[in-house]
Design a protein around this ligand. Sequence first.
Ligand code: 5GP
Ligand code: ZN
Length: 113
Amino acid sequence: MSDCIFCKIIDGEIPSTKVYEDENVLAFLDISQVTKGHTLIIPKQHMENVYELSPEAAGHVFQAAPKVASAIKEAFQPIGLNLLSNTGEAAGQSVFHFHLHLIPRYGEGDGFG
Ligand code: 5GP
Ligand code: ZN
């Protein structure tokens, strides 16, 4: 989609710090780090939210998740990790291209939750 920020990141029109990439998904650092190492995994095909997410794309995102989680663990040494996704403005979705947040946790006072 031409006006989608995440499609522009996939196309390289907007720079990002890539954590992982394969044929079907891209993982990159969130521009606004909720905690250190906060990463998003997105399917390369534009799908707005979980309602639109195809089973194939869901599979691709979750196949990548353990690899991305391991890369985050190695790089940032968190003691925990939250995986979450927001669908709809009321749930906090601000970019309407499906994404899975990986939020590393460092204990009380890490700024999240
Ligand atoms: P949502 O609020 O839709 O669940 O999450 C969207 C996320 O995308 C936010 O955490 C926001 O910081 C991140 N984001 C928005 N624009 C950009 C951008 O241009 N680059 C990167 N790396 N992250 C972005
Ligand atoms: Zn998109």
